[in-house]
Design a protein around this ligand. Structure first.
Ligand code: MOS
Length: 697
C-alpha cells in the first residue's frame, strides 16, 4: 500500500462500536429479500429433480401437470432456451438429457401460484435410462491428482526427505482423520426472482456476489454485458453456499427468458438445498508427524483426499495450512480427489483450512501426548521464524500471543497433565486447545464511486453484498474515515451490478478488498474535489495498491480453548466453555466482528459435535435433508462462548489495517473440542463429528 492511502484512513469511526446501519430495516420487515421482488403478477417456479444418480432422461411427461389449474408451462431439456455455452455441467440446466447426480434439475414447472407449481411438479412424470452409479466416498474410491487445488494452490508440495526424517524421528504420530459431508444451511434458503424484458435480464438473487453471478451467467446465456443486472440488497446468510451461482439461478434465468415480461420467482426449499446448492466434501487426512523428544517437529506429512463430482471438479485445499503452520525441515503435502456421481461440492466456511486444521491440530495434540509436552508449549516450540513454505517473513505472526493470552484467560495452567484425570459426578471433564489460521485474502479489481451530497454528506457506492456479516456497517465506517466525516454523513449504496465492480463476499476478503477500493476512491475524490466539495460531483476509482503479498506471508492466527464434559454413562458431550483469541488485524467494528468470530466458533462447535450428511448409496440422495435430521448447533447446545482479539493494525495488508474475520472462527474449533474430549476421557476420536457412541463400550 502506498503511504498516502494509509494516511487517508485515519481511524475515528473504525474501531468503535457502531449499530448495524440496516438493523431497523431488518427488524421491521422492510428489508426485501430475493423472492420479495417481482411485482404483482409473477410466475412461480418449482423444480423437478432427478430420481436417478446417473443416466439419461428418456421422456418428461408433462400432460397432467399442464392440465393442473394455474400451470403455465413445464420446461424440460427439449423446450428450454438454449445456452450459448454448456461447458459448466452444473449450470447447463435443462440443456440435454444427461443426468449426473441424484436431485439434478430435470424439469421446471411455472405456475400462477407457488402451491399450483408445487402440486404440478409432483404430477410431472419422468422416465430415465438409469446407469450404474458410484456415490460412496470410501477407501475403495478411485482417486486422481487434480492439476491444482482451490484458491490456485499447488496440488502437491514437498521439501526435504520426509520418509527418512520420519524413520529417524524420536517420536512419531501416524493417524488418519476424517471430516464428514456437511451442508452450509444459511437461514435464508437460496432464492431468485428473474425477469426478462426482451432485452435485459434482471435477477434479484440471494448471492454473496452480484458481479460474480453476472460474470458467470452472462456468457453462458449468450448475452452482452449490458443485458444482465444482478441485485442482492438483503441476503440471509451464505456460509459459502451462495459464493458461486448454482443451478436454481440458471433455471430461473432460463424460465424468465422463456416468458418475457413476467417475473419468475424461484425459492429453493430447505430439502432441495441438500441436493442443489453446494456442500462441504468429506475429507480424509493421513497425517504423519516426526519430532525430537522435546516435541520439535522434524517432519510433517499431510496427505488429503476429498470427493468431487464427475460433472465438474472441485478440489478442496485441505492440506495447504500444513504448509505454513509450523516449522519442520521436511514437509510433504498432497491432495487427491475421487470423482463420484454426486452434486458438485462447493465452498463452506473456511474450505480447506477447516477440515485440514482439524486433522493437523488433533495430530499435534497426539504429538503433545506422545512427547509428554504441554499442548500450548508444543505449538510455541514449533513456531517458525518465517513462512516455512516460501521463506517470506510473516506480516506480524502473533500466534504465540494468542495461545498465551488464551491460556491465561482460560485457566489452562491448572489442567492435569494426564487424560481421564478429572471426574465430577457423572461427568468426565477435560480441556483442549488448537491453533487457528486463515490467509489474508485480497481480491483485486474492486471499484467504488464517491459522490458529494447536500449538507457535507456523501453517497458511496460499490457492488459489494452484505450477507448478514455487517459489511454495510463497516464499509460505512471505512468511508467515513476516508472522507473525514461522521458515519451519519455516509449514504452507502451496495449490491447491484450497476454499481462499481465488487468481488465475492467470500474468503474473508470483503472488508479488505472492498474497503481498500472505498479508501482509494475517497482519496481520489479528495484529490479531485477537495475536502469541501460542491454537491453533485463524483469520482469513481479502483483500488490501486495491492497488499504486499510477494514480499510477505499474510495470515491471521488464533488459539481456541475448549472445555468438554463427557457423561460417563451416556457419552453425551457438553462444551461449557469455548474461547477463541485472535490476531486478525484492526477490528473495524467490535460488535459485528465479535458476531463473526462467535458465529465461527458456534459453527466449529456444531461441526465438532453434530453436523454430518448421509448419502444413500443405493440411490445417491442425501437423506439428512432437513434441520431435524441434519442438526446444526442450536441455542441449547451453545453454552459459554467467548471471543477476543489482540489490539493491532496491519498496514501491510490493507490501508485500514484490517484483515478478514469471517472464517477463522471455525478453524481449529472442532479440534479443540475433540482434544478436550480426549483429555476428559482418554478416548481419542479422529473422525468428526465427535458423537456420544465413541465414548461408550
Ligand atoms: Mo466463504 S466459504 O469463502 O464464502
Amino acid at each position: 500500500m502506498t503511504e498516502v492511502q494509509t494516511e487517508s484512513v485515519a481511524a475515528r469511526s473504525m474501531g468503535a462500536h457502531h449499530d448495524r446501519v440496516d438493523g431497523v430495516e431488518k427488524v421491521t420487515g422492510h428489508a426485501a429479500y430475493a423472492v420479495e421482488h417481482g411485482g404483482t403478477d409473477p410466475l412461480h417456479a418449482w423444480l423437478v429433480q432427478s430420481t436417478v444418480a446417473r443416466g439419461r432422461v428418456l421422456r418428461v411427461d408433462a400432460h397432467q401437470a399442464l392440465a393442473h389449474p394455474g400451470v403455465v408451462a413445464v420446461l424440460d431439456h427439449t423446450n428450454t432456451p438454449r445456452l450459448a455455452d454448456t461447458g459448466d455441467r452444473e449450470l447447463a440446466v435443462l440443456q440435454d438429457d444427461a443426468v449426473g447426480f441424484r436431485g439434478q434439475i430435470v424439469a421446471c414447472v411455472l405456475a400462477e401460484s407457488p402451491e399450483s407449481a408445487r402440486e404440478a411438479a409432483g404430477l410431472v412424470s419422468v422416465a430415465y435410462d438409469a446407469e450404474p452409479h458410484r456415490v460412496v466416498f470410501d477407501d475403495e474410491a478411485e482417486t486422481y491428482a487434480p492439476e491444482q487445488v482451490n484458491a490456485g494452490h499447488e496440488t502437491d508440495a514437498s521439501e526435504g526427505d520426509v520418509d527418512a526424517a520420519l524413520r529417524d524421528a524420536a517420536v512419531t504420530v501416524d493417524a488418519t482423520y476424517r471430516t464428514p459431508h456437511e451442508h452450509n444451511n444459511p437461514m435464508e434458503p437460496h432464492a431468485v426472482t428473474a425477469r426478462w424484458d426482451g432485452r435485459t435480464l434482471t435477477l434479484h438473487d440471494s448471492t454473496q456476489g452480484v458481479h460474480p453471478v453476472k460474470q458467470t451467467l452472462t456468457p453462458m446465456l449468450g448475452l452482452a454485458e449490458d443485458q444482465v443486472r444482478v441485485l442482492a440488497p438483503y441476503v440471509g446468510g451464505g456460509f459459502g453456499s451462495k459464493g458461486l451461482p448454482h443451478s436454481p439461478e440458471m433455471a430461473a434465468a432460463l424460465a424468465a427468458m422463456a416468458h418475457p415480461g413476467r417475473s419468475v420467482k424461484l425459492a429453493v426449499t430447505r430439502q432441495q438445498m441438500f441436493a442443489l446448492t453446494g456442500y462441504r466434501t468429506a475429507t480424509v487426512s493421513h497425517v504423519r508427524l516426526g519430532a525430537e523428544p522435546d516435541g520439535r517437529l522434524t517432519a510433517i506429512e499431510h496427505a488429503a483426499v476429498s470427493q468431487t463430482s464427475r460433472i465438474k471438479e472441485f478440489a478442496e485445499q485441505t492440506a495447504t495450512a500444513a504448509r505454513m503452520m509450523y516449522a519442520a525441515p521436511s514437509r510433504r503435502t498432497t491432495h487427491r480427489v475421487a470423482a463420484l456421481d454426486v452434486a458438485v461440492p462447493s465452498w463452506m466456511r473456511a474450505p480447506g483450512e477447516m477440515p485440514g486444521m482439524y486433522a493437523h491440530e488433533v495430530a499435534m495434540d497426539e504429538l503433545a501426548v506422545a512427547c509428554g509436552v504441554d499442548p500450548v508449549d508444543l505449538r510455541v516450540r514449533n513456531e517458525p521464524e518465517t513462512d516455512p513454505e516460501t521463506g517470506n517473513p510473516f506480516n506480524d505472526r502473533r500466534l504465540v500471543e494468542c495461545l498465551e493470552r488464551g491460556a491465561a484467560r482460560f485457566g489452562w495452567a491448572d489442567r492435569p497433565t494426564t487424560a481421564g484425570a478429572t471426574r465430577e459426578g457423572d461427568w468426565w471433564v477435560g480441556t483442549g486447545v488448537a491453533s487457528a489460521t486463515y490467509p489474508m485474502l485480497y481480491m483485486p479489481g474492486n471499484g467504488a464511486r464517491v459522490r458529494s451530497l447536500d449538507g457535507g454528506r456523501y453517497e458511496v457506492a460499490i457492488g459489494a453484498v452484505d450477507i448478514g456479516t455487517g459489511a454495510r456497517t463497516v464499509l460505512t465506517q471505512i468511508a467515513a474515515d476516508a472522507l473525514g466525516c461522521p458515519t451519519s454523513g455516509i449514504e452507502l449504496v451496495v449490491a447491484d451490478t450497476d454499481l462499481p465492480f465488487a468481488t465475492v463476499a467470500g474468503g474473508s476478503s470483503g472488508t479488505s478488498s472492498w474497503g481498500t477500493a472505498i479508501a482509494a476512491a475517497a482519496q481520489q475524490f479528495r484529490e479531485d474535489h477537495g475536502d469541501d466539495p460542491d454537491p453533485g460531483v463524483e469520482t469513481t476509482a479502483s483500488a490501486a495498491g495491492y497488499p504486499d503479498m510477494e514480499g510477505h506471508s499474510l495470515h491471521s492466527f488464533g488459539a481456541v480453548f475448549a472445555e468438554a464434559r463427557v457423561n460417563a454413562w451416556t457419552g453425551e458431550i457438553r462444551v461449557p466453555r469455548l474461547l477463541g483469541v485472535y490476531s486478525v488485524g484492526r477490528v473495524i467494528n467490535p460488535t459485528t466482528a465479535r458476531s463473526q468470530l462467535l458465529g465461527g466458533l458456534v459453527m466449529g462447535l456444531s461441526a465438532a459435535l453434530f453436523e454430518e450428511s448421509y448419502r444413500d448409496p443405493r440411490y445417491g440422495h442425501v437423506v439428512t435433508q432437513d434441520l431435524a435430521t441434519y442438526h446444526v448447533a442450536s441455542h441449547a447446545d451453545v453454552l459459554g462462548i467467548e471471543a477476543e482479539w489482540l489490539d493491532e493494525a496491519d498496514h501491510l495488508s490493507t490501508p485500514m489495517g484490517s484483515r478478514g474475520i469471517g472464517e477463522i472462527g471455525i478453524v481449529g474449533t472442532a479440534a479443540a473440542v475433540a482434544n478436550a474430549a480426549y483429555h476428559a476421557t482418554g478416548v481419542r476420536v479422529r473422525d468428526l463429528p465427535v458423537t456420544a457412541d465413541r465414548f461408550l463400550g
